[in-house]
Ligand binder design. Structure first.
Ligand code: GLA
Length: 378
């Protein structure tokens, strides 16, 4: 996938040249899972799978059209008053609505989407689409947005319009990431910094589709909100779950389930801080931090799956593999392993084959490095 392909796809769909073309990457989180909506810290990288969005104003028409390389049917919506349709182009319509809410006057548009981001794998295909759409339309209309403002528009489209209660990590990673760096985000203040990252990362998609993911995710958010309320009754100064001390949790009388969730959040936040220091010093993250993160997600946050646990156990058995953990929301989706580039490449196919013997799912894997964030394509 590249900008030439994306431009040709637009011309093919609409018989005209696009006026703007933007692209935005998928992401994978190195560590700091389920931290963004808990006021904690996250450490994602962008990966070299991108979504391209090409646009052209179509002011003389009364409907906007959206073409996608992965959907046969053309999407349509009214850019002057976008409404949620429950269709795949809601991500685009949502961005249009959020840009209007900032005061932009948006004409009808022709929009073509081409992407090599795997969907349904938990690599944030939706964030890549929202961020690329935001950049392309904002640039076309001369709406001046910083990369962070673009991420916020994209996030509001996803949460407020499409209605997915995600945190800010995915849109921030897609909009702000830099090649060769991980993006460290303090999700309470939205402060960000770029941290050197020399990691090679094997991404392993377990092929277990979303299923439970959205409802279980919402359940965890609810549990975390209840845990914070209980912690604040005992310790009113604690503003975010991630800022509590383990002693605060002990003194809050949480039931066993909320105790586990809160403990994960506090300990995972400490792991992110250690990972950032290690990246700054050495460019890589000690494997044991990733493994501890996985154990905590499995045992305390209870968002792993037999497939993800299988991958982590088996990947770590390969010489040269340093660490492994589930990544993203969990309950299926992807896991990662880190280590020597050759070792990860050598492990990929045997892991996919052994996995196919163990589970009735088709795994896919990629070795990636920290890639660049969203950009306007010339
Ligand atoms: C999903 C959400 C993110 C984040 C992760 C878990 O990917 O979209 O906002 O909460 O889960 O870390």
């Amino acid at each position: 996938m590249n900008s030439n392909f994306a431009r040709a796809f637009f011309i093919d769909a609409f018989d005209d040249e696009p006026q703007r073309l933007a692209s935005a990457p998928a992401r994978v989180n190195l560590i700091g899972e389920h931290m963004d909506y808990n006021g904690g810290e996250v450490l994602p990288i962008a990966i070299d799978h991108r979504t391209y969005v090409a646009v052209r104003a179509a002011a003389d028409r009364d409907v906007s059209r959206v073409a996608s390389g992965t959907h046969e049917r053309l999407g349509t919506f009214d850019a002057r008053a976008p409404e949620r349709s429950g269709e795949w182009w809601d991500y685009v319509a949502g961005v249009v609505r959020e840009l209007s809410a900032l005061g932009a006057r948006i004409p009808q548009l022709d929009i073509a989407i081409s992407s090599d981001v795997p969907t349904g794998a938990g690599l944030s295909s939706s964030a890549a689409l929202e961020v690329a759409t935001t950049l392309a339309i904002a640039d076309l209309l001369g709406v001046g947005l910083s990369a962070q403002q673009a991420a916020e528009v994209a996030w509001r489209a996803e949460t407020g319009f499409v209605g997915v209660p995600c945190g800010i990590m995915d849109q921030f990673a897609s909009a702000l990431a830099r090649e060769g760096s991980a993006l460290h985000v303090w999700c309470d203040t939205m402060r960000t910094e770029h941290v050197r990252c020399d990691e090679h990362v094997l991404i392993f998609d377990t092929g277990v589709s979303r299923g439970l993911r959205q409802s279980a995710f919402a359940t965890r958010r609810g549990e975390c909100a209840r845990a914070l309320a209980a912690i604040q009754r005992a310790h009113p100064a604690v503003r975010e779950r991630a800022h509590a001390a383990l002693a605060d949790i002990e003194e809050s009388g949480l039931d066993a389930v909320l105790h586990k969730r809160a403990t994960h959040v506090v300990e995972e936040n400490a792991r992110v801080k250690r990972a950032v220091i290690a990246l700054e010093d050495t460019g890589v993250i000690p494997g044991e931090l990733l493994v501890a993160s996985h154990s905590s997600l499995r045992d305390l946050y209870e968002c792993s799956s037999p497939e993800l646990d299988w991958f982590v156990g088996h990947a770590l058995a390969f010489p040269g593999v340093r660490g492994a953990r589930l990544t993203g929301a969990g309950w299926g989706g992807c896991a990662i392993a880190t280590g020597e580039a050759d070792a990860l490449s050598a492990a990929a196919t045997p892991l996919e084959e052994a996995y196919a013997r163990e589970f009735p799912h088709h795994a896919r894997s990629w070795v990636v490095r920290a890639a660049g964030g969203a950009r306007i394509e010339e």
